[in-house]
Design a protein around this ligand. Structure first.
Ligand code: ASP
Ligand code: MG
Length: 448
């Protein structure tokens, strides 16, 4: 088979007709683009999340269904196949209305996932038609035939072996002479129920499909021209990074750079598939190429920021010259499935950070966890902190890294410096209120 690129378009790239048409032309311009995974049109998944909630009144359900309909019909009205397409859209809306009614009778996570899956079903069908309208031989394909998952509704895990086998037998033969348009974000469990991979999961879907097909490239089309040295909303001097290694980009995604779903690079790295990130609005602005090895390996590549960190400090005089204390602490954390990000230790105390999911109302460290830890030691929990990660290369072997970074931060209180474990990052915590000034200052110094 000739070169194969898997292309993924995010919600803003398929938000309206003009956006879809731009993306369709991008696909048409390169014959390697034969598998397309799309997100739901901007805003649709948020509407669906609301629709899937137990407390929504039937009046509100109708309003939400109507908002979704307006978004989709505003696209289909530009197409000559409008009428046929609207039959399909209306059928999907009717199924959606039934599921919403079912959900208010008896709420389940399973039905919620079925509801959430509609955004991608609309956009994939419509995008395939937009491609046909510019004479691309395109077909919509239901990804659930291939994307098998476990039954953890809302955050399902992909059954990779099954996906690979299905991709080879079902999907690959379809890719020889046409463009296949499929859904990101959704899958199907062993019981035949629809699942979702978690919010923002379309990037990950595309990466899994690229891996399963042994694609040559993965292109993630979004609304920014690639990965930037830091968030341009924080530092106006931030600039796009033309190329970056997998390791650096993975650190960036993990430590808060919002551009890629953090799991996206894992399949690409396993199969060594280069990933391009660019803007479907301005493809001429270029983008970022992420691959195994790159020509430039600067000490400082970028700065990532992750807010809403929880810092837990455990302290016990019993730790003095003792062994096994940390194992007990971690056993409690493991039991509660808490994932630790940064750790620093002294002789009798250990500080640990945890990522609080954005907008969550409850701290990730619950009262129960604190009580269990208190059986072992004194426990302090602090909120309102941000994690700054400076990302680059050979940072553990480069002289003066600490000085270069921290000499510039003397006006700020810096805590929990983690340096040396990774060659690709140096991380620390700052007060939430100082996070933006710290990133701005550091960006000025390291990248000006
Ligand atoms: N539509 C889903 C969401 O908004 C998946 C995605 O866009 O990646 O979370
Ligand atoms: Mg999205």
């Amino acid at each position: 088979m000739s070169n194969l690129t898997v292309a993924k378009f995010g919600g803003t790239s398929v938000a309206d007709f003009d956006a879809m048409l731009r993306c369709a032309n991008l696909i048409k311009n390169d014959p390697a683009n034969r598998l397309v995974a799309v997100s739901a049109s901007s805003g649709v998944t948020n509407h669906l999340v609301r629709l899937s909630q137990a407390e929504v009144s039937s009046q509100e359900q109708l309003e939400i269904l109507n908002k979704i309909k307006v978004i989709q019909l505003n696209i289909t009205k530009h197409l000559s196949a409008e009428e046929e397409l609207n039959v399909l859209v209306n059928n999907l809306l009717a199924d959606l209305a039934n599921l919403a009614a079912q959900q208010s009778e008896s709420h389940s996570l399973k039905t919620a996932d079925s509801i959430l899956s509609f955004g991608e079903q609309f956009s994939s069908n419509i995008f395939a038609e937009v491609l046909r309208s510019i004479d691309v031989n395109a077909q919509q394909f239901d990804v659930r035939q291939v994307m098998k998952t476990n039954s953890l509704y809302g955050a399902a895990s992909v059954e990779l072996d099954q996906v690979k086998a299905n991709a080879q037998t079902i999907l690959k033969p379809l890719l020889t002479d046409q463009v296949i348009v499929t859904q990101g974000f959704i899958g199907q469990d062993g019981l035949g129920n629809t699942t979702t991979l978690g919010r923002g999961g379309s990037d990950y879907s595309a990466a899994i499909l690229a891996e399963a097909l042994g694609a040559d490239d993965l292109a993630i089309w979004t609304d920014v021209a690639g990965i930037f040295t830091t968030d341009p909303r924080i530092a106006s001097q931030a600039r796009p990074i033309p190329e970056i290694s997998f390791d650096e980009a993975a650190e960036m995604a993990t430590f808060g750079a919002k551009i890629l779903h953090p799991a996206t690079l894992i399949p690409a790295m396993r199969q060594n598939i280069p990933v391009f990130v660019g803007s479907s609005k301005a493809p001429e602005s270029g983008g970022t190429r992420i691959q195994q090895s790159v020509d430039s390996n600067p000490t400082y590549r970028s700065i990532a920021l992750r807010r809403e960190q929880t810092l837990v400090t455990v302290k016990s005089p019993a730790m003095l010259h003792a062994s096994g204390f940390l194992a007990k602490v971690f056993a409690i954390l493991a039991k509660h499935e808490l994932s630790v990000d940064l750790i620093t230790t002294s002789e009798i105390s250990v500080a640990l950070t945890f990522d609080n999911p954005p907008n969550s109302t409850q701290s990730i460290i619950t009262g129960v966890v604190v009580e269990e830890l208190e059986q072992l030691c004194e426990v302090t929990v602090e909120h309102g902190l941000s994690l700054v990660a400076v990302i680059g290369n050979d940072m553990h072997l480069t002289k003066g890294v600490g000085r270069t970074i921290f000499d510039n931060l003397t006006p700020f209180n810096v805590r929990m410096i983690c340096h040396g474990a990774s060659e690709n990052n140096l991380c620390f915590l700052v007060d939430e209120k100082e996070a933006n000034p710290v990133v701005e200052k550091l960006h000025d110094c390291l990248f000006a």
